[in-house]
Design a protein around this ligand. Structure first.
Ligand code: PMP
Length: 360
């Protein structure tokens, strides 16, 4: 078998090897059907089972109650920046700005209604999250929107911001399923698949059913959540292959011990990397100013200067580490260690970093 690299890309990102191999096995002819999942009718029995199981397994992983609809949509998290306000913004909404994606979400909401920036750390280049005591929430807001993990800046909420009775909406694109959380705290959750769940092409939306009452019939059919909730995400052709892989990823999680298991693994991986960075006598520096805000998914850091960052990227690539370049708006380095990134990969990365420090 061809050798794989340690893929530290921010997304699309690494998937579990077991899942890739299973998909490879089934690729040409799915379970004796004589066709690939890609070639099947989305109205057929075989695909229907894949679709139902993916939803059921996700519901089981997150303990999602019947009072929520689970939708498999297209258009990326980016379309949700628009669909969320189109469907549920009535008058005004609160947005917490913690990075570039949150800003993009707020930008679309402003086209629908009035947006109150309930908190922002933009003046500090988003190097931490706004503290609870810094939030200025509007009790009459339609909802509060926040981004649980900031892929570019490497910050992540440990727990949800407290918002009282205001419905909570979250973009969980880059940390969905990295640990157990209480779905009941949310009115709506969305996430692009291509980090912790599968290939790009599918966006997951979990929406509390009472929120669907806000969707106006004048909305374009595809853009109305009700359309998808009422047709079980089969109003039009769904991204069948993405949903199939997502289903395999859900089964992989369930088989290995679910979200408590993956959270333990994720905590250990990130802990190892941050401990090494903190103990490197200042050679490596975390890009996040507040330790509690550091992401378990995207570890942002730098070496003493830009030239060394470049050298680090070039030399790490030769050693089989791919995707360590930081986002262009932050610079430096970023190790995205999503669910599927192996513990051994982090150990080897730390070894490489030790060696690089000694030589430079
Ligand atoms: N939100 C977050 C937190 C992201 O990391 C990204 C990038 N994948 C997006 C939104 C945009 O997602 P998409 O490319 O699926 O539209």
């Amino acid at each position: 078998m061809e050798k794989r690299v340690y893929n530290l890309s921010a997304g699309p990102a690494i998937l579990p090897e077991e899942v890739l191999l299973e998909a490879q096995k089934e690729f040409f002819s799915y379970k004796g059907s004589g066709m690939s999942v890609m070639e099947m009718s989305h109205r057929g029995k075989i695909y229907d089972q894949i679709h139902q199981e993916a939803e059921a397994d996700l519901r089981s992983l997150l303990n999602i109650g019947d009072n929520y609809s689970v939708l498999f949509l297209q258009g990326g998290a980016t379309l949700q920046f628009s669909m969320v306000p189109m469907n549920i913004l009535k008058g005004k909404a609160d947005y917490i700005l913690t990075g570039a994606w949150a800003k993009k979400a707020a930008k679309e909401a402003k086209k629908i209604g009035s947006v109150n920036i309930a908190g922002s750390t933009e003046s500090e280049n988003f190097n931490r999250l706004p503290r609870q005591d810094e939030l200025k929430l509007d009790s009459e807001a339609s909802y509060v929107h926040f981004t649980s993990n900031n892929t570019i800046f490497g910050t992540q909420y440990r727990t949800e911001p407290e918002v009282g009775n205001i419905p909570l909406v979250c973009d969980t694109s880059s940390d969905m399923l990295h640990k157990k959380f209480d779905v009941n705290k949310y009115a709506l959750i969305y996430a692009g698949a291509q980090k912790n769940m599968g290939p790009s092409g599918c966006t997951l939306v979990i929406v509390r059913k009472d929120m669907l009452e806000r969707s106006d019939d004048s909305l374009h059919t595809y853009l109305n959540y009700k359309t998808h909730a009422e047709s079980n995400s089969l109003y039009n052709t769904p991204p069948t292959f993405s949903i199939y892989i997502m289903g395999l990823v859900y089964k992989w999680l369930l088989k290995n011990g679910g979200l408590d298991w993956i959270y333990k693994v994720n905590s250990e991986k990130a802990g190892m990397l941050y401990d090494f960075i903190d103990g490197s006598d200042g050679f490596y520096k975390s890009a996040v100013a507040v330790k509690e805000d550091r992401s378990l998914m995207n570890v942002t850091f730098s070496t003493p200067n830009e030239d060394l960052d470049k050298k680090f990227i070039a030399e790490s690539a030769v050693k089989g580490f791919s995707g360590l370049k930081g986002h262009r708006s932050v610079g430096g380095l970023r190790a995205s260690i999503y669910n599927a990134f192996p513990q051994k990969g982090v150990e080897d990365l730390v070894e490489f970093m030790k060696d690089f420090k000694a030589k430079n």
